[in-house]
Design a binder for this molecule. Structure first.
Ligand SMILES: Cc1cc2nc3c(=O)[nH]c(=O)nc-3n(C[C@H](O)[C@H](O)[C@H](O)COP(=O)(O)O)c2cc1C
Length: 311
């Protein structure tokens, strides 16, 4: 711990055969289609980003109010509004190809067949690095969490999605379960190349004057710093239970937050809600990770992944 590190620390990580220049990834639904952030940060500086959830056909989402601020976070019930997989390929992807960062397409459907349809369309999209299967959205009445809360349904869809996909498959887990490792094991057995977690936690907020839920949908998904300790605990449990790389998500807003997940077992992390109040946060976290490795004399992120000690 004496001399400072002579070389730049190695921030790159490999997940499902894809090399990320650093472990910092913009999270689905909070990073638009990437292009929105190209005006706010240098996209070449982050490891990658995940698109908004893409479905085979465009979706309008839920009626407002769709977002409510809460202590240390927010509740959303957007309902997966998106332009559709084909429009993403035609309108967004050509402009994104100019950036040196990994593009992960988040995939959604109301049934197994609709997920597969979206994947089949996206297979045509040149420049997509991997798929993230969203089986954990709490804000829709079919698909999403309905599949993600059943190990059998989740495994069946994972197996079919893996077969349909021409790219590595990351499956995004729901935290709204009693034991997340049961799902994780079933999904990995079914062929997932990597797992990302967590999606939002189902919550509710009440307008006491109207005596109605503040979200039109009733309930919503809680995200932001308030959920971080739950997410770190789940990443820790899942990393011990399976042997595929884990991507940690939930309330990350600083380099220290990201390090908590990496030390608990994540090979990479995603940043969601924090992008809303600090659009530069992803780049700041990359810089902070580099500084930490230098100060603490680690040659790279690889030395830190799962390095937690319980002694
Ligand atoms: C407004 C909003 C929209 C989201 N949309 C999606 C989505 O389309 N697909 C998905 O898998 N996750 C979606 N998420 C979940 C995030 O990607 C992330 O898992 C969650 O917010 C926890 O991370 P955070 O606390 O850093 O925001 C959304 C989150 C928010 C706040």
């Amino acid at each position: 711990m004496s001399d400072t590190l002579k070389h730049d620390p190695k921030l790159s990580v490999e997940i499902a055969g894809i090399r990320f220049k650093n472990p910092v990834i913009g999270a689905s639904g909070t990073f638009g289609y990437g292009l929105e952030f190209a005006e706010l940060i240098d996209l070449n500086k982050i490891g990658g980003f995940v698109t908004k959830g893409l479905s085979a056909k465009p979706l309008p989402g839920n009626p407002p109010a769709r977002i409510v601020e809460t202590h240390g976070g927010m509740l959303n019930a957007i309902g997966l509004q998106n332009i559709g997989a084909r429009a993403f390929i035609e309108e967004k992807l050509p402009k994104l190809r100019g950036y040196d960062t990994q593009i992960i397409a988040n995939v959604f459907g109301y049934s197994d067949d609709e997920y597969l349809e979206a994947i089949t369309i996206l297979n045509d999209g040149e420049g997509i690095s991997a798929y993230e299967l969203n089986i954990s959205c709490p804000n829709v009445k079919e698909g999403g969490i309905v599949i993600g809360n059943s190990p059998d349904a989740a495994a069946r869809l994972t197996e079919r999605a893996k077969r349909a996909s021409s790219r590595p498959l990351i499956v995004k887990l729901s935290p709204n379960v009693t034991d997340v490792t049961v799902l994780a094991r079933a999904i990995v057995r079914a062929g997932a190349d990597s797992l990302s977690l967590i999606n939002t936690i189902v919550g509710m907020s009440v307008d006491v004057i109207k005596r109605r839920p503040r979200l039109n949908y009733g309930t919503g998904g809680l995200s932001g710093p308030a959920i971080r300790p739950i997410a770190v605990r789940m990443v820790y449990e899942v990393a011990k239970a399976v042997d595929v790389p884990i991507i940690g998500i939930g309330g990350i807003a600083s380099p220290t937050d990201a390090l908590e997940f990496i030390i608990a077992g994540a090979a990479a992390i995603q940043i969601g809600t924090a992008n809303y109040y600090d659009p530069q946060v992803t780049v700041k976290v990359v810089e902070g990770l580099s500084e930490y490795c230098r100060d603490q004399q680690f040659s790279g992120i690889g030395d830190l992944i799962g390095s937690i000690s319980l002694d």
